[in-house]
Design a protein around this ligand. Structure first.
Ligand code: GLU
Length: 448
């Protein structure tokens, strides 16, 4: 089998949201799993709405997940290629000029509907003579160009949806070149997919009809048609569709809220499939769980509450090596022992900072007078370092015997004296991190 070449083709007209991420990751991770190529293609021919800032934000978003494309392309830099394709389509008689205004077309569609006919473009422009065209252009009309569809249905085996069929006679001949000479995505995408040797197009199911048209374009331009897979779309919990324009669930906002990228990736890929939405330990582990045929047909609700829980669970099982750099960036020391002690008690990585301050900064939380004597004996019984799990057990055992306390009345005062908190990581793990001097000082109610 030939090497997989996949692509993600956003238009840089807004911030990516989790639905865009689903498309991006299905492509990036399947390419990665197969040792193929992943292309990031900016569909930026709409110069009025595309910006360099949004393009940079897209690259930054992908990088947050550790996705670095093998190749990056900008459609705005490839206009000569589209020009050449247009010339070829004109030469083949598949592209014809049309002059109707939007108002004229709307009127015509209304008439068709009132007669019970489908509102499909009637190809009136194909009947124009040279003289008609000259007259229209003399009136100041500029032509735009429609692709003449063949009537035979477009048929393909979809990676998600199985056998697909689009009735081309129900579609209007699509405009590929606007009157101002700019190209439409329907054309530019096919030209690029052909030239870059894209083997599989994985995208949202909002493109199913486009696929019918684009299959005819692949054929008209004389290239191999890729395989297609159309995944279901993600929605807000209310069921409302996600909008880039309205800034729904943008990756940037999720990053700012401190969610784990691996959890955002896992939920975006796994929700709305027959796979369980569960923590993964790496992108490769997530890639291993992708099966296009396990994606369901119904839209999938993206629930931020589910993300929150998944993000916490992802941290709870995160190995130290995977988080060491980020802990250092947050000014957190303590190495692996610190991380293993606190990871089960944080739902956002930044929360580890507060625990690091408990460990590393001198503090005193005072003592409840009722516990003063108990804490004094705890200090007196504290063994010499080094402390292992056995030393901790022996210390607690001795305290129990001396004080007669058990359970909450034994542990709560120790925890509050040592950390200032009623809840937190295992004391057995915290003690060696605090060290003997600090533990002694805090048990005695003095700064340490
Ligand atoms: N720019 C198109 C979009 O964002 C790309 C669709 C495709 O993958 O072909 O919807």
């Amino acid at each position: 089998m030939s090497k997989l070449v996949l692509r993600f083709a956003p238009s840089p007209t807004g911030l990516l949201h989790v639905g865009n991420l689903r498309t991006a990751l299905l492509n990036a991770l399947l390419a990665r799993r197969a040792g193929g190529t992943f292309i990031l293609r900016y569909d930026d021919t709409d110069t009025a709405r595309s910006t360099a800032e949004f393009a940079a934000a897209i690259a930054r978003d992908l990088e947050w997940f550790g996705i670095v494309p093998d190749r990056v392309e900008y459609q705005s830099a490839r206009l000569d290629r589209y020009e050449a394709a247009v010339a070829a389509l004109k030469a083949a008689g598949r592209l014809y000029p049309a002059y109707e205004s939007e108002e004229e077309l709307t009127l015509r569609r209304g008439l068709q509907r009132s007669r019970g006919l489908p509102p499909v473009y009637d190809r009136a422009a194909l009947k124009l003579t040279d003289a008609d065209r000259a007259r229209l252009e003399a009136e100041g009309r500029r032509p735009y160009w429609r692709f003449k569809l063949e009537p035979n249905p477009a048929i393909w085996e979809d990676g998600v949806r199985g056998p697909q069929h689009v009735d081309m006679t129900s579609l209007s001949d699509p405009v590929l070149v606007r009157a101002d000479g700019t190209f439409l995505y329907t054309l530019t995408s096919v030209v690029d997919d052909l030239e870059f040797g894209v083997t599989d197009i994985i995208r949202g199911e909002d493109h199913v009809t486009n696929t019918g048209v684009q299959i005819q374009l692949f054929e008209a331009l004389g290239g191999a048609t890729p395989r297609f897979a159309h995944h279901n779309l993600l929605t807000l919990p209310s069921g409302e569709g996600l909008s880039k324009r309205l800034g729904h669930l943008s990756l940037q906002s999720l990053r700012e809220e401190g969610y784990e990228p691996l959890a955002v990736a896992a939920i975006s890929v796994l929700v709305g499939t027959s796979e369980a939405v569960a923590p993964v330990e790496s992108l490769d582990a997530l890639a291993a769980r992708i099966d296009l045929s396990h994606i369901s047909r119904a839209p999938a609700r993206f629930d931020p509450a589910e993300l929150s829980a998944l993000s916490a669970r992802t941290l709870h099982q995160m190995p130290y090596e995977r988080v060491a750099g980020r802990l250092a960036d947050l000014g957190i020391g303590g190495g692996e022992a610190f991380w293993l002690a606190v990871r089960g008690n944080v739902s956002r990585l930044a929360e580890a900072q507060a625990w690091w301050h408990v460990i590393s900064r001198s503090a005193c939380w005072g003592r409840d007078p009722q516990d003063a004597a108990f804490l004094e004996s705890a200090a007196a019984l504290l063994p010499e370092e080094p402390w292992d799990a056995g030393a901790y057990r022996a210390w607690v055992g001795a305290l129990k015997t001396v004080s007669g306390r058990t359970g909450h009345s034994l542990f709560a005062p120790l925890r509050i004296a040592l950390t200032g908190q009623a809840k937190g990581p295992e004391l057995a793990a915290l003690l060696p991190l605090l060290g003997r001097d600090r533990v002694l000082a805090r048990l005695r109610g003095v700064d340490g």
